[in-house]
Design a protein around this ligand. Structure first.
Ligand SMILES: NC(=O)c1ccc[n+]([C@@H]2O[C@H](COP(=O)([O-])OP(=O)(O)OC[C@H]3O[C@@H](n4cnc5c(N)ncnc54)[C@H](OP(=O)(O)O)[C@@H]3O)[C@@H](O)[C@H]2O)c1
Length: 317
């Protein structure tokens, strides 16, 4: 398959490495990579350290020259609008190209419309890695629990804020914690998207759009973040045996209304939500299965895991 990457940052580079390692199993060939600072093409397949030339004048120019069968959209999250990733995806659909993305912006802002457009264009649109990296949170319902109603969910979905709070609970500053998260490649380009809860709000909206038919956006999620947390407070919580976590919650009421929320919550260190250490994430679903069954995912670590799932990326449309 002729594969084109839009964006060549942490995730795209690790994905390219994965494709290279598995080249005998998966017949993908990266024929083009486009980022703002430059574009690279090779019909025979680009290496892991491609030589970038001048950036293509437009995404259409890039797609026209690369002629991919599948586009992998891996640009930065824009929680305000999901752009320009939404336009990138539409440009690919318009040319009959399949799209995979790990960028949650398009799912949080335009999931239903993009699915309709993919169906019309008769192409696949896959996005499993947008929430919780390698855990098959979307595929589990599609493949294993069809017909099960999701009434809500509770999750600790942002790894950067966990690393930052853990650093602050050890007496370091917020900036020290952000540097730690950046060093392991998990922070958003603007780490305050993580700290202020925008990344969690985008994931909450994406989950609600796909699994609860919410038709929502990150702006409609009630959101508060951790920007005001001080090292003194964080250390005090630690001394009292407590953790502070950015928790995502979705709750469908009896009257059908849906409440979506992201906020810091102080919980005992023994609470299930707090027991997932480091950059790990936890997501618990409240469903109608067998009465009021709850089940979920624990995703140890973050970042590199996302790559495993791109290859079996969620197919909800
Ligand atoms: N890091 C993780 O652990 C993780 C896990 C799951 C999902 N994600 C998601 O995956 C996506 C990529 O994350 P990342 O960590 O790889 O980001 P990153 O390291 O910041 O890389 C982003 C890439 O996108 C390019 N880019 C930005 N705007 C562009 C535009 N308008 N046109 C073309 N290229 C553009 C950037 O290059 P230029 O600046 O040169 O344009 C860069 O190559 C994000 O949406 C993120 O939320 C990340």
């Amino acid at each position: 398959l002729r594969t084109a990457l839009i964006g060549y940052g942490n995730v795209a580079k690790a994905f390219a490495r994965l494709l290279f390692d598995k080249r005998s199993v998966y017949p993908f060939r990266i024929v083009g990579i486009h980022q703002r600072r430059g574009t690279a093409y090779d019909d025979h397949g680009l290496g892991l350290e491609p030589q970038f030339g001048e950036p293509a004048g437009s995404l259409n120019e890039f797609l026209e020259r690369a002629q991919p069968d599948v586009v992998i959209e891996l640009t930065n999250l824009n929680p305000d609008s999901g752009q320009p990733a939404i336009s990138h995806i539409r440009a690919a659909f318009a040319r009959g190209i399949h799209v995979i993305t790990a960028n949650k912006g398009p799912i949080a802002h335009a999931y239903a419309a993009l699915c309709r457009e993919a169906r019309r264009a008769q192409v696949e649109f896959r996005f499993e890695s947008t929430v919780m990296d390698g855990a098959p949170v979307f595929n589990q319902f599609r493949n294993n629990l069809p017909g099960v109603n999701v009434f809500g969910f509770t999750g600790v979905l942002n790894s950067t804020s966990k690393i930052v709070v853990a650093a602050m609970q050890r007496g370091l500053t917020m900036e020290d914690g952000i540097r730690e998260a950046q060093a392991i490649g998990i922070a958003e380009a603007d780490a305050f998207y993580d700290i202020d809860g925008w990344d969690s709000a985008a994931k909450t909206a994406a989950l609600a759009n796909v699994l609860m038919d919410a038709g929502t956006t990150p702006q409609q999620v009630m959101r508060s973040g951790l920007r005001d947390l001080t090292t003194e407070q964080a250390v005090e919580y630690a001394r009292a045996g407590q953790s502070i976590l950015l928790v995502s919650r979705a709750m469908r009421s009896e009257d059908g209304s849906l409440k979506l929320q992201v906020r810091p919550e102080v919980v005992p260190q023994t609470d299930l939500l707090a027991t997932v250490a480091g950059s790990s994430n936890l997501l618990l679903f409240h469903t109608g299965l067998m009465g009021n069954y709850r089940h979920g995912f624990y995703s140890p670590g973050s970042g590199a895991n996302s790559l495993r799932n791109i290859q079996r990326s969620g197919r909800y449309c």
